[in-house]
Unconditional design. Structure first.
Length: 91
């Protein structure tokens, strides 16, 4: 299963109408993880993939929340901290 199908399953999205939106969320989440932690996104790392799914779900569910608080849920923040810490321990 490719990452798009995996994220669509996580989001419970059927069909292809939202594919371009979800692809954009996936690409943005990869950048967010890499730029936020200093660790390159790795598709074979289950923690990276879970964090990507959490970010995509948060952004997908909050698309209409313009002007509202942009704070990420703690579950996402905690995963990003763990990814960053793991990256420092392997250097």
């Amino acid at each position: 299963m490719d990452l798009l199908d995996d994220v669509k399953l996580y989001l419970r999205v059927d069909g292809v109408e939202e594919d371009s939106v979800i692809k954009n969320l996936i690409d943005t989440a990869k950048l967010f993880i890499t730029q936020g932690t200093g660790v390159s996104f790795a598709a074979d790392n289950p923690q990276h993939v879970l964090t990507l799914k959490l970010l995509a779900a948060h952004w997908y569910d909050n698309r209409g929340a313009v002007g509202q608080s942009g704070a990420l849920p703690y579950s996402i923040t905690a995963q990003l901290i763990q990814i960053e810490a793991a990256g420092r321990s392997t250097i």
